[in-house]
Ligand binder design. Sequence first.
Ligand SMILES: Cc1ncc(COP(=O)(O)O)c(C=O)c1O
Length: 409
Amino acid sequence: MSNSTRVINLSAGPCALPESVLHEACQGLLNFNGTGVGIAEISHRAPEFIAYLTEVQGLIRTQLDVPQTHSILFAQGGGALQFSVVVLNLLARHRLLYPELSDSERVLDYVLTGRFSELAFDEAKRMGGGRVNTVVDARLHSATGKFDNIPSHAAYNFSPDPALVFYCENETVNGVQFSDGVDAADPTSFPFHLLPKDTPLVADYSSSFMSRPIPHLADHAVIFASAQKNIGPAGVTVLIVRNDCLPDVDAAAALGAQPVPYTLAYKTLADHGCLYNTPPVFAIYVTGLVLRRQRTLGGPAHFAAVNRRKAAKLYAAVEEGARRGVLRPRVKEGRGRSVMNVVFDFYEREVEGRFVAGAAARGIKGIMGHPTVPGTRLSIYNAVTEEQVDAVVAYMWDFFGQLQVRSLM
Ligand SMILES: Cc1ncc(COP(=O)(O)O)c(C=O)c1O
């Protein structure tokens, strides 16, 4: 059943969810899996919910090929809370491995490619307990001094034995993304081949999770992703944690590490099957419905192909706007353009206003840029269909045509 009042939602997140899933979720709110109890009313310890949670973990494991060396966990607090939680847990781990080191000898390595890696970097500095180091700052590799590129591999300077190396796979605000290439020769890929051996690698996948396979997944210590872009509603954060990165935070605290609240310790989540305290039941439920649907469609490989086509069409329209002197793409081709968030700036604010208003009149919404980095941002996560992208592209061509007519008058 389709609801004709729904718009083409290109919001950066929360964002579009598949309509079929929303209908299923309505049923689940009334009666979850035939229990006679709605999903927002059921105990998280009910066997039916525990079975469902296990199924959702399985849907992630099988679709992303997560090896048994890694646990799949569900946390609350969003991607942003992980900026500090990952520091607490991996500093605790480092303390257990190297109790003799001083705080200034514990290094946290950050790859800065945009707004979210910068926020994570700032949070790590606030947390203390280690020395925060910049591996590379993409702004220093830009003609504009802004986050608009993935730097070349030669620019990275990793520390020899860091407590963690952090990167953000897709910078939602800036529209910059690492490529999914596994070949070291691919200039916008993450330089996995340059990492020191056994480095605890941390990736923020909040805005690209399940949009395509994750390269070198097994080489990561922690992958985290808040759900509200590609896989569900806000409220649940998915964690993929290597099993040697579930430190005993009390043992680490006894050696002088910062105490970690139990609710934030990865080991607590793992030891209690994500049920130490009440998990975000409804968000996990809808995420499961989305992931079931994605599996039926062909999983991340299917979405990788569709998302690539969607992005190519949209960037072609953006290039046309650039050719006509109307707008400027934020990220140049070949410098790490995001497949999820297409960001550009109109030269004139008045034209931007007309573009947004004209889009709204056609039922295309959610395209304003981030408050801290204004501009226009079209987010094309998994639930945005190729047909919807075609409609957006058609609108862009019409809009450019109208501008030309106006300038001729
Ligand atoms: C890449 C990235 N990391 C982290 C966050 C923060 O996530 P949350 O709002 O769930 O805390 C976002 C949110 O947009 C994001 O896009």
